[in-house]
Design a protein around this ligand. Structure first.
Ligand code: GCW
Length: 724
């Protein structure tokens, strides 16, 4: 009865919200759809008949309330919570220290296997019956274990005897919000910022709580609330009160708050006439500020800093370097246990060398010089979140520094929130890449989780794709990128396929006729976008400023390295950037074995070909086609892949609601239109250099090159005011 009612309500709601985003999408992957299979319902009813859930803290109360909220939806029954652990208890949830001695001894070995935030779910024989225990060293582990337990039910797992031991492999699993105080979001495509600064601290939006629940459910434990292009005002007392209100909520879900610190803050809000990190008054100001913050937010995480990069102030303004700047801040945060996360995204207009080389050149000499509460945060590739890049050469090279991975979840260079691109596939490719720095098997995952060099702090950061859109991420499949980022931050060795499988089950349903084709569609979506935007190692050929759509012809921006022509270097002879030993020598920043591999166009993995090589249009690719034909065919292939995505989506219509179907169908139509736009604009432009005909398999361009060049988008979303 209950199930039918829930279903009709669900259909009704979908109806009222039209064909676009539906209220259901708001629930993210925490949908708790009713389980229809009687044997599973019985199994779980039996398990949750008598639950003892210790709930003597806010954090445990939140875990318990997730449990009591989910169960009636999943199995139509209220959990029966016992007031104490008794003979009847079937499920016992409490931290290890509080378990009865006899049970403790049964779990002794296992508890030794988990880290501070890990958990155990174990079924044991106790008093001649079967007892399942969810336990952890810390309360937050119970919260993570609760969400995992519920996810098993959502995924219809038939587990009779639990035997699960899991811990996060990375310490800080962190979102970076590029949110401004006016609620605009730099490179955000899902509406405005969640943080309603004007109504805070008094007004607590339910969204803050649901955001925290969603993050906790995948193990995200840190969030940077503000844009790295920072505004010092967030460090003033009025704003800190607001930050504290958010921190108070997030703390109860195991999430620590960090802020971006504008390096010139002592001048802008502190009345000093310098921000020189070696100036005594400057350090005093920051020390005072740290005290003020920790007074309000005892578990404050620390500062994320973008310094001397793209016009942001930094220590170099005073003749100092990144180490001076980072260590000064680290010193003031150290007594409170705070971190400084210092970004390595630097390149300079005064430097004519290849932009791809600059961060490595600048940061490598500082290896081992940062204080131990400093982490250097490096983007996955050496340029800027392109659909595909080779890995950033600082990974593996900087051995004595804790390095954070910075991925971009928001789709700045991936079609914004109108393109379906499943990013865990990209993240997985990066994490699995072998740097070879310590011989075979020195993967980036091992650099990041600290296992290669035993670094002190391990961090994975993702630039958030979250905004106040009804569905949080603009594209419903953008939710999979948030989910997948969290899962990989927890365990960077998971496969993108497993994550897609989980997400689909949690979000939509458990029908294999739906899961199999849609999983396949997700897994190919990343290669599709590479094909229709940047095949064979092409990169940064986006229209300027907003990065919406193609602009390979752009050559008039203030700085050479902001112009697409700087990156593709197409001319009548050929195309690509020579970064080999005979060119910019970027290959020499990689381990010798990779340098050798990358130096020759014959041995380099073809997906990086034009990143590292300038080659003639008639160069022969591995499959025997010429470079020109190969580029053109890949653009067409990308478009064909989107056609296929559309067909796949259309084929699963019976398994989803009308609203879900229509929403994604409309978005895929945009993606198809824009994939063609990319193909036509790029091929027409490159053809003006190659002077060669398009292969017959390639559809005729829909418009002229002049038309594509004339397109202007002054109101494209996500753009920073006054940016270019
Ligand atoms: O890619 C560039 C973006 C900027 C961003 C910068 C960075 C926050 O276009 O919008 O600024 O990277 O990562 O700092």
């Amino acid at each position: 009865m209950k199930h039918t009612l829930a279903k009709s309500l669900f259909i009704l709601l979908s109806f009222f919200t039209g064909n676009g985003q539906s209220i259901e999408d708001y629930k993210l992957w925490l949908r708790y759809h009713p389980i229809e299979k009687p044997e599973l319902v019985d199994l779980y009813l039996n398990l949750t008949e008598h639950v003892y859930f210790s709930s003597d803290s806010k954090l445990l109360k939140n875990a318990k309330s997730e449990f009591s909220n989910a169960l009636p939806q999943l199995i139509g029954n209220n959990a029966k919570f016992d007031t104490s652990f008794s003979r009847n208890t079937k499920l016992l949830v409490t931290v290890y220290e509080q378990l009865p001695e006899e049970i403790k001894s049964k779990l002794k070995t296992k508890i030794g296997l988990i880290k501070e935030e890990g958990f155990i779910i174990q079924t044991v024989d106790y008093n001649n019956s079967s007892l399942t225990i969810l336990t952890a060293k810390q309360e937050v582990g119970i919260l993570y274990g609760t969400f995992r337990f519920l996810s098993f039910m959502q995924m219809h797992k038939k587990i009779v005897d639990f035997n699960i031991v899991d811990s996060p492999k990375i310490q800080l699993r962190m979102l970076n919000h590029w949110d401004n105080l006016d609620r605009s979001v730099e490179r955000g495509y899902a509406g405005f910022s969640l943080w309603n600064w004007q109504k805070l601290p008094e007004h607590i939006d339910q969204r803050y709580i649901d955001y925290a629940r969603a993050n906790a459910s995948i193990g995200i434990n840190a969030t940077v609330l503000t844009n790295v292009n920072a505004n010092a005002l967030v460090l003033t007392p009025r704003y800190l009160q607001k930050v504290a209100a958010l921190a108070n909520i997030f703390r109860e879900y195991g999430i620590k708050v960090y802020l971006t610190a504008r390096f010139s803050a002592p001048m802008e809000i502190g009345n000093l006439n310098t921000a020189d990190p070696k100036d005594e008054n400057v350090e005093k100001w920051w020390a005072q500020k740290a005290m003020e913050i920790y007074d309000l937010i005892p578990n404050f995480g620390g500062f994320l800093v973008k310094a001397n990069s793209e016009g942001q102030p930094g220590p170099q303004n005073y003749g100092r370097n990144h180490v001076d700047g980072a260590n000064m801040m680290a010193t003031v945060l150290k007594p409170f246990g705070g971190h400084v996360i210092w970004r390595a995204f630097v390149y300079s207009e005064h430097n004519n060398i290849d932009r791809a080389k600059q961060a490595y050149d600048e940061f490598l000499p500082y290896d081992g010089k940062f204080d131990d509460n400093v982490v250097v945060q490096v983007k996955n590739g050496p340029i800027d979140f392109q659909p595909r890049e080779p890995f950033h050469p600082l990974f593996g090279a900087m051995k004595n520094t804790s390095l954070a991975m910075e991925f971009q979840i928001t789709q700045e260079y991936l079609g914004f929130s109108s393109h379906l691109v499943y990013l865990p596939k990209l993240f997985e490719e990066v994490l699995d890449t072998d740097t070879f720095v310590e011989g075979k098997g020195s993967t980036i995952a091992k650099v990041i989780d600290g296992s290669l060099y035993q670094n002190k702090i391990s961090v994975m950061a993702g630039v958030s794709n979250i905004g106040n859109d009804l569905n949080w991420t603009g594209h419903p499949f953008g939710q999979a990128n948030w989910y997948g980022f969290g899962r990989l931050a927890w365990n960077p060795y998971l496969t993108s396929e497993q994550i897609a499988d989980e997400w689909l089950r949690l979000t939509f349903n458990n029908e294999s006729e739906f899961i199999a084709p849609i999983k396949e569609m997700m897994l190919t979506s990343r290669e599709a976008v590479v094909n229709y935007m940047n095949p064979l190692g092409l990169h940064h050929i986006f229209d300027s400023g907003h990065h919406y759509g193609p602009g390979p012809w752009v050559d008039n921006l203030g700085r050479a390295d902001w112009n697409p022509v700087y990156y593709h270097r197409a001319d009548n002879d050929g195309i690509g950037y020579n970064r080999t030993s005979l060119g910019s020598k970027a290959t020499s920043q990689y381990a010798p074995i990779l340098k050798k591999l990358y130096d020759s166009p014959k041995t380099i993995p073809e997906e990086y070909l034009l990143w590292f090589h300038h080659l003639p249009w008639d160069y022969t690719l591995q499959d025997g086609t010429t470079l020109w034909d190969g580029i053109a065919l890949r653009y067409q292939k990308g478009v064909n892949q989107v056609y296929q995505m559309l067909r796949t989506w259309q084929s699963v219509q019976p398994y989803i609601t009308k609203a879900q179907y229509e929403d994604v169908n409309m978005l895929l139509q945009i993606q198809l239109k824009e994939a063609k736009w990319w193909r036509d604009a790029c091929l027409l432009y490159f053809q003006s250099h190659s002077n060669l005909p398009l292969p017959k398999e390639v559809e005729k361009p829909e418009n002229t090159l002049e038309y594509y060049k004339s397109l202007k988008f002054p109101f494209a979303p996500g753009i920073r005011p006054n940016w270019n």
